[in-house]
Design a protein around this ligand. Structure first.
Ligand code: DGY
Length: 327
């Protein structure tokens, strides 16, 4: 299954702009081919290019399903994604075929938590609106009630999904002198004690929180948990922030909630679909901030993610323990 001429394993990288430090590692040992554009390969191209490879270095925009695994062939040993989320990978199908899966937990936790706080404050303190007003003549004088929004000090913050990223958000939020941190998670988290976070039901979190932050992985149980009923339970002064996956939200219900002031505002780093079509009502709503999925986009984080993605591939190809294998 090695490249006949070079004797090296074949790795396919699904775009040509993955951080170089990871690719350099692969290039030392493997025969690396790329989709030659800085954008995801169209599906048909992807299916063609993966054929005969031993490893795939992919991103969250690449759907790794049965069809793709069939197209790759039985010599495929490992799929390594440059992301902590793996909802784009059919894990069960990979397991069935003995294909190992690499991902990038931990190394993007700080970056994603930082962005979550940035997005929260950008939304609550209306930064995009304010910058626009300053540049376009809306800034007539200092005004006592103009551009005001809910403060974080003294607020109750609810975090849905209290894994690595949720906890990192909790630690940061605490520094803003919040009154209370609530979390909703399948299991109780030992770290909650040190953070001062209290486990509550989903409904209680929605009812009591001034800020509701979603950092939950997208799994069947979290699909569209933020639906019409959930928004109706939230305070009409609440700010909703999502830095996990767009699929955790019923987006039509969110649009309706924002249009009818069922909630105060929303900050979204993730949407359905991505990229969000330009004609989406979310782009026209003043009480909504949309970012283009940049949670982990700190330079250091992306470099480390690329290195880890490559290290996962090299370990799997050599039959060794992977530094971050999805078990
Ligand atoms: C992830 O890693 O899953 C993020 O969504 C992108 O970094």
């Amino acid at each position: 299954v090695r490249n006949m001429s070079s004797g090296k394993s074949k790795v396919f990288v699904t775009r040509n702009d993955m951080p170089k430090c990871g690719l350099d590692l692969l290039n030392k040992e493997c025969d690396v081919s790329y989709w030659d554009e800085p954008s995801p390969a169209p599906r048909q191209e992807l299916l063609k290019r993966v054929a005969g490879t031993n490893a795939i270095y992919c991103a969250l925009s690449d759907k790794i399903d049965r069809e793709l695994l069939d197209a790759a062939g039985p010599q495929l040993k490992v799929v390594s994604t440059i992301s902590v989320g793996y909802d784009h990978v059919d894990v069960a199908e990979c397991k069935k075929r003995g294909i190992r899966i690499g991902y990038t937990p931990d190394v993007l936790t700080d970056a994603t938590a930082e962005l979550t706080l940035a997005l929260l404050l950008c939304t609550s303190r209306r930064l995009t609106e304010a910058i626009h007003e300053a540049k376009t003549g809306g800034w007539v004088s200092w005004a006592p009630t103009w551009m005001t929004g809910p403060g974080l000090a003294g607020a109750t913050v609810g975090i849905v999904g209290f894994g690595r990223i949720g906890q990192a958000v909790g630690r940061r939020v605490k520094a803003f002198n919040t009154a209370k941190i609530l979390y909703f998670n399948r299991s109780e988290k030992a770290e909650a004690k040190e953070i001062g976070a209290e486990k509550v039901s989903f409904d209680e979190l929605l009812q009591k929180s001034d800020f509701v932050i979603c950092t939950a992985a997208l799994v069947p149980e979290t699909k569209e948990i933020f639906n019409k009923a959930a928004f109706a339970k939230m305070k009409n002064t609440a700010v909703f922030v999502n830095t996990s996956r767009g699929g955790t939200v019923d987006q039509d219900a969110l649009i309706e909630a924002l249009q009818n002031n069922v909630i105060w505002g929303a900050g979204l780093d993730v949407t359905t679909p991505e990229p969000l079509p330009l004609d989406s009502p979310l782009f026209r709503l003043k009480n909504c901030v949309v970012l283009p999925h940049i949670g982990s986009a700190a330079i250091e984080a992306r470099d480390t993610m690329s290195i880890l993605t490559a290290q996962n591939i090299l370990a799997a190809l050599n039959g060794k323990d992977m530094p971050a294998e999805l078990k």
